[in-house]
Design a protein. Structure first.
Length: 339
């Protein structure tokens, strides 16, 4: 979806949080109910971990199979879990109804806290209400910055996707772009829609949205290729995830296009591509930090009564640009899976 709203001056001041996080895998939603099998993390706690009573925290995301972005989120969550003496239950499903079922599973297990993404907030409203009724604290991360307060979550950790999109559009202007296509890999995901909308609001050139099936990478490649062959005036492909950016580079080559590729989100392969110049830049939202802070916040709330942002402001983890000017400094952390 596009919108042609004027640029806004809206900015949210980052809230500084000192946190230690835990990661967890929701137990056992069967394939018939659409949930991925749960896995437990954080068992090998590091020396110096918290001596507070053992907690159980569920981290429930909308991860699609094969999307490596979530490996970084989970790694941060597991680091916090190990430090805080937390048993982390991680589960994920891109289908909003199935994700809600996974949250219900966590409630049924009587976990001590739930961290959840809100890619499709309306589908999560009822089950989050059930968690609150069961006196289980719930925090949000990654997706849902516009909805976490309405749904009654205590805290939120992530970036404002509209602000990130606006920054992306301004960056395209500075690079002289004239015609951008914004590639959306999951229709209905509010965060992805906000990115493209924000981009369009500040980009002075032409913006188009191209919907692709993010769970089928060959299809993603062919759809982008076809679009570039159809319209040679496209000079920038804006993707909304690192794996799709790398695929878009192949599409540009296959189409014989002169378009350049830039993206939201980062991984170690993408830092290499930025160094080589095959991808121009990335907007990093620091997924490791999102996972870490979300899990650690639940420990802080249970043991200290703390909560970041006072229930009024999100804790912002981005946006930050990574390009040739700073990619070397970031690459060593991306290689470790922390950026």
């Amino acid at each position: 979806m596009d919108r042609s709203s004027k640029p806004r001056s809206r900015r949210l001041a980052p809230v500084v949080a000192v946190a230690a996080v835990a990661a967890l895998t929701l137990a056992g939603c069967s394939s018939s109910s659409g949930g991925k099998k749960s896995e437990e993390g954080g068992a090998n706690a590091s020396a110096g971990k918290a001596t507070t009573p053992r907690m159980t925290v569920a981290l429930v995301t909308h991860q699609s199979p094969g999307d490596t972005f979530w490996d970084i989120v989970r790694k941060g969550a597991e680091a916090a879990a190990a430090k805080d003496n937390i048993k982390l239950i991680y589960s994920a499903d891109p289908n909003a109804g199935n994700q809600a079922t996974l949250v219900q599973n966590a409630i049924d297990q009587k976990v001590d806290g739930i961290a959840v993404t809100l890619a499709k907030p309306d589908a999560m409203k009822t089950v989050i209400g059930k968690a609150k009724s069961a006196n289980i604290p719930v925090v949000g991360l990654n997706s849902g910055v516009s909805d976490w307060k309405k749904l009654g979550l205590m805290e939120f950790f992530g970036q404002d996707e509209t602000v990130a999109g606006e920054a992306f559009g301004k960056k395209l202007n500075s690079l002289g772009a004239k015609h951008a296509v914004c590639v959306v890999q999951e229709q209905g995901n509010v965060g992805l829609t906000q990115r493209c909308d924000g981009l369009k609001s500040t980009f002075s050139g032409k913006t188009e949205v191209l919907n692709v099936n993010g769970t089928d990478m060959p299809s993603v490649k062919s759809t982008i290729t076809a679009k570039l062959k159809q319209d040679s005036s496209i000079d920038y492909v804006a993707t909304l995830g690192a794996p799709f950016a790398l695929t878009a580079v192949q599409s540009v080559s296959d189409a014989g296009s002169k378009a350049k590729v830039a993206t939201f989100d980062l991984n170690k392969d993408l830092t290499t591509a930025i160094s080589k110049g095959t991808i121009q830049f990335a907007v990093d939202q620091q997924p490791y930090l999102q996972g870490y802070l979300a899990v650690d916040s639940l420990w802080l709330y249970k043991n200290n009564g703390n909560y970041s942002g006072g229930g009024e402001q999100p804790v912002l983890t981005g946006p930050a640009f990574v390009d040739k000017s700073n990619v070397e400094a970031v690459a060593k952390f991306a290689a470790k899976g922390t950026r």
